[in-house]
Design a protein around this ligand. Structure first.
Ligand code: ACO
Length: 321
């Protein structure tokens, strides 16, 4: 039992913040940021909640798929920045859209959406239901250190969703990996106030830290190795794949991988220039953009590659329904 993606949608915060605006309070500039990252502006949460963005994306994806919340058998939210540690962000989405199916979150950082596709594939294979909603929702601006110019300029906020229906030709390939390297990109958990604790977690800042150059190398090699692995497994070449939807970490990672794979630029979806890196929401957001662009036709092959903290990776080849 495979699946088809029958609806996509996204919801971004209203506020766009340009590089020039960042340079009013950080020692940075558009001249530094844009050539190194491809980012001109990013959307940031102001008065919206992540619950609202996630629910908006969820409702619109259901509408796009032509189903209602009552048709859902499972809701998976991929997030590292939910409005609540408890309950799951997925439960807040269920409440907002009026769903009563099981709902839970998964955390696989920027690769989260592909991990959720794998879970949904297993759900359908076990005959557990007909429709699954995946919502990827991230408020990265809540995790970054706004005094650290090396990281805060890279990220943005937003949500995107996809409705999956049991049956169809996807996935043709799906592979998940973890190369455990916790220090490459990390956000420490909450310290708490237990009187019994003897470790000094308070000393660890509760913000994102990243080893940029290691992420860069890992990103380029993950994209290239994953595309070659899916091609080998499916007996095709990169030239046979119509669209590439890679995690939008950095334009220079996308450019290096595109060149190394030898594929045309216009087959690689890009939206980082005006969104920044929205972690797990990047892939479904790019997929939604592609679906709305009119360039995506039934029967075409779409390659997804996500990579991020962990270091987790997820790669998937879809035959668009
Ligand atoms: N503005 C101005 N100067 C800056 C900025 C900034 N925003 N950020 C760093 N610098 C300075 C540093 O302070 C340093 O100055 P110094 O030489 O005086 O000490 C200099 O620029 C070089 O700093 P590096 O950190 O070595 O910069 P690098 O050339 O590695 O570029 C970058 C940083 C763009 C982050 C690069 O490492 C990169 O592209 N890495 C990929 C990381 C990435 O894309 N992460 C996305 C999130 S992770 C994920 O999604 C999986």
């Amino acid at each position: 039992m495979a699946f088809s993606i029958t609806g996509t949608a996204s919801a971004l915060p209203e506020r766009s913040v340009t590089n020039d605006e960042l340079s009013t309070f950080l020692d940075t500039s558009d001249e530094w940021i844009f050539p190194r990252t491809g980012i001109k502006s990013r959307r940031v949460v102001t008065s919206e909640s992540l619950d609202e963005l996630a629910s908006r994306a969820a409702r619109a994806a259901l509408e796009d798929a032509g189903i209602t919340a009552a048709d859902l058998s499972l809701i998976i939210c991929t997030t590292t920045t939910g409005d609540h540690l408890v309950p799951a962000e997925a439960c807040a989405i269920a409440a907002a859209i009026g769903a009563t199916c099981p709902a839970y979150d998964i955390s696989a950082a920027c690769a989260g959406f592909v991990f959720a596709l794998d879970i949904a594939d297993g759900w359908f294979a076990r005959g557990r239901g007909k429709h699954v909603l995946i919502v990827s929702a991230e408020e990265m601006t809540r995790l970054v250190d706004w005094t650290d110019r090396a990281t805060c300029v890279l990220f943005g906020d937003g949500a995107a969703a996809a409705v999956l229906e049991a049956g169809g030709a996807s996935p043709l390939y799906l592979n998940l990996t973890c190369d455990p390297q916790v220090d490459v990109l990390e956000v420490p958990g909450i310290a708490g106030s237990s009187p019994f604790k003897q470790r000094d977690d308070e000393a660890r800042a509760n913000v994102l830290s990243m080893q940029g150059r290691r992420v860069f190398k890992f990103g380029v090699s993950t994209i290239c190795d994953s595309v070659h692995a899916m091609c080998d497994a499916c007996n095709i070449t990169p030239a046979d794949i119509d669209h590439f939807v890679f995690h939008q970490a950095n334009e220079r990672i996308l450019a290096a991988a595109t060149t190394r794979l030898g594929v045309e630029n216009d087959r690689v979806v890009r939206l980082i220039e005006h969104t920044g890196n929205i972690s797990s929401a990047c892939i479904p957001l790019a997929l939604d953009e592609l679906a709305r662009s009119g360039k995506l036709a039934s029967g075409q092959l779409v390659a997804l590659v996500g990579f991020g903290a962990g270091l987790d990776t997820g790669a998937c080849l879809l035959r668009w329904a």
